[in-house]
Structures are given as C-alpha cells and as structure tokens.
Design a protein around this ligand. Structure first.
Ligand code: NAP
Length: 333
C-alpha cells in the first residue's frame, strides 16, 4: 500500500512510498481509505507553516471501508463504510487538552494512506448513500460549521446567518442553515460565486473586496444584523463580523484567512451588542454523528468543486491556494 508523507520544503517535497499492509492491533480496525478532502489546515501542514515531524502522513479527513478488525473490536465489522475524526481522541463532552492533543494529519498521522490501522473509537459511519469522496468532505469543514451554528449557536428556524467566502466550511454553513430553516447572507470576492451562493439559497451576497464596510452593509440589509456569524478571517474579518451581528448574536471564530492571525477588536461594540464570541476548533465524535443524522434527514449533498488523484496532492493544494474553488476539493485513491 502507498502512503504520502510531508517533509521540509513544502509541496515539492511530498514523498510517495510503498509499505506492507498494516495489521490491526486489539481495539483497532484496518481501513482502506478511498478519499480525502483538502482543508486550509492541511495546506498549512503541507507547506510547513504548521511544523510537523518529517514523514508525517497529512490530511485530517478520510473516508473508506473497514477491511479487517483486531481483537476486542465491537463497533465495526469488515465492509462498514467509515470516516475519520479530526480529533481521534475526542469522543464527547467538552474539549480538554487530553482529548484534543491528537490532531489527525498534524500531531498524529492522517488519512493519506491507502490502508491504515485506526482505533475503533476514532471513526463514525458515513451518511447513507454518500460516496467515499462525498463523505471525505465532512470531518473537518462540515463538523466545524455544524458546531458553530447548532452546538454553540443554538440555531433556530427563522434565525439569520452570515457565512463568509465560499470555501468548504462556509458552504456547509450555508447548507446546514438553510436546512434548519434559517435565512442566509453571504460574502464573496467573486460575482460568479455570488450567483452560485444565491442558487444555493443565500438571500443576499456582498462582495467583500468591493465593499470594505461589508459588515455594516449586512447589518443594514438584514434590518438589525444577523444572529449567527461563521467568521473565517480572524483579524482580517472580525471587525466586520461584529458590525454585521445583531444584538445578542453569536460569532464563531473559526479561521484566519487573509493574514488574520492577529487583529484588533473594538471591545465596546462586543459588549454593548451583548455578543457571544466562541473560539472553536472542529468538534467531537458525538457532534460528527449528529451532523450525519442531520445530513441524512435533510438530504444535504456536499458541493465538490474538483477531484484529484492520489498522486496529484500538490496540484490539488496549488488549486486550493488559487482560491478558484467553490466548496470542497477532494482527492480519491
Ligand atoms: N477552527 C476550525 O475548526 C476550522 C475548521 C475548518 C476551517 N477552518 C478555517 O476556516 C477558514 C476557511 O476554511 P476552508 O477550509 O473552508 O478554506 P478554503 O476552502 O480554502 O476557503 C477559501 C475561501 O475563503 C474565502 N476567503 C479568503 N480570504 C478571505 C477573506 N479575507 N475574507 C473572506 N473570505 C475570504 C475565499 O472565498 P471567495 O473566493 O468566495 O472570496 C476563498 O475561496 C480557514 O481559515 C480555515 O483554517 C477552521
């Protein structure tokens, strides 16, 4: 079986090597991974911006088939269709350092292997009728959107939601919010992508490149601001996200796109608007299982922009970095 590993020097130094099939130990299952999807986090690992030991197998997301089980495994059997967890040790409850120190594709090996032994606790079933490529879009991006809107935001039918940009996490936010009966507002830098957002059910779209004060614009067009924001830019977007939010609204601080690692917040706006700001990193297995139920109940289909082959990972990352995509990019094995 083949694996791909990360080495210093970035995308030109990804290495493909062949290995014997691993053998599952007690409590482990042998999974034949069939697909992964790209997240910004994986890109940072592959580029060396998040340092990992040389030889790390990247990619947090994977979907595949159980081909064998080790002793004492009770959750899975050969033939089951499964997907990975971003945090393999976070089953349920609140995050703790112990539950979140293992990160697939960063502090422990990820899913860019044709076969891997995985703890039986670090998998969930994929949605019925999903292909492996579709399922591989879920563990990072969709779980994050689900947690931001539903788990932390307590989204209700009739609420208003702002999604920013058209990356994988944001498009899942749009789809989950629409399925829950919410009204969705969106930003993008592209007129063509704006059309696609409207087709997917966004009520209005603002171009964040053309309108520097897009937060104020959204506050106006919603007649008092949005109840939920999925913030993807941190320092580069948070000021506008706070402007866009309604009094008592919830902002999920999710990303740092646009060089937003650091930034300024005008704190009186935060507290006089009685906002709740939640920093969040993906979620638990229980959250992923709840997401799968919501996807099945509502027939949500992931938006896959483009698919690449196993040996084309560098090209897939370059395409992601171009920002041309709408939704998810997948790699199939
Ligand atoms: N905390 C977590 O658990 C978690 C989980 C998933 C993702 N994230 C983070 O969320 C962000 C999005 O992730 P993703 O995987 O969906 O990324 P992605 O697919 O690479 O999203 C890229 C898109 O974001 C938009 N964008 C870029 N710069 C922007 C800016 N300054 N303001 C607004 N939008 C901008 C662009 O949309 P347009 O082309 O439409 O302009 C771009 O196409 C990343 O920062 C990622 O690290 C965090």
């Amino acid at each position: 079986m083949r694996i791909i590993t990360v080495h210093p020097g970035g995308l030109d130094h990804l290495k493909i090597t062949e290995h014997p099939d691993p053998v599952p130990q007690p409590g482990e299952v042998l999974v034949r991974w069939q697909a992964t999807s790209l997240n910004f986090h994986d890109y940072l690992v592959a580029m060396g911006a998040i340092p990992v030991p040389a030889g790390r197998i990247p990619m947090s997301d994977g979907a595949g088939e159980v081909v064998a089980v080790g002793a004492e495994v009770s959750r899975w059997k050969a033939g089951d269709q499964v997907m990975s967890l971003f945090f393999p040790n976070w089953a349920e409850g609140k995050p703790t350092p112990a539950k979140t120190s293992s990160i697939a594709g960063e502090t422990v090996d990820g899913c860019l292997a044709e076969m891997a032994c995985v703890s039986e606790m670090a998998l969930t079933a994929i949605p019925h009728s999903y292909s492996y490529a579709q399922a591989a879009t879920l563990p990072c991006a969709a779980v994050t959107a689900w947690r931001g809107l539903v788990v932390e935001g307590n989204l209700q039918a009739g609420d208003t939601v702002l999604i920013e940009g058209t990356g994988g996490m944001s498009i899942f936010g749009l789809q989950l919010a629409r399925a829950a009966g919410a009204r969705v507002f969106a930003t993008t830098s592209s007129p063509e992508k704006a059309e696609r957002l409207l087709d997917l059910g966004a009520e209005a779209v603002v171009n964040y490149r053309e309108d520097e004060r897009w937060g104020r614009t959204i506050h106006k067009m919603t007649g008092g601001g949005v109840d939920h924001v999925l913030d993807v830019g941190g320092g580069s977007t948070m000021g506008n996200s706070i402007e866009a939010a309604a009094m008592g609204g919830h902002i999920a601080a999710i990303g740092i796109l646009g060089d937003g690692r650091k930034g300024e917040i005008t704190f009186p706006k935060l507290f006089f608007k009685h906002l709740r700001l939640t920093g969040l990193a993906v979620g638990s297995r229980v959250m992923q299982e709840a997401l799968v139920r919501a996807i099945e109940a509502n027939g949500i289909q992931p938006i896959i922009d483009r698919s690449f082959g196993f040996t084309e990972l560098a090209a897939a990352f370059r395409y992601q970095a171009s920002g041309a995509h709408f939704g998810k990019i997948v790699v199939t094995y």
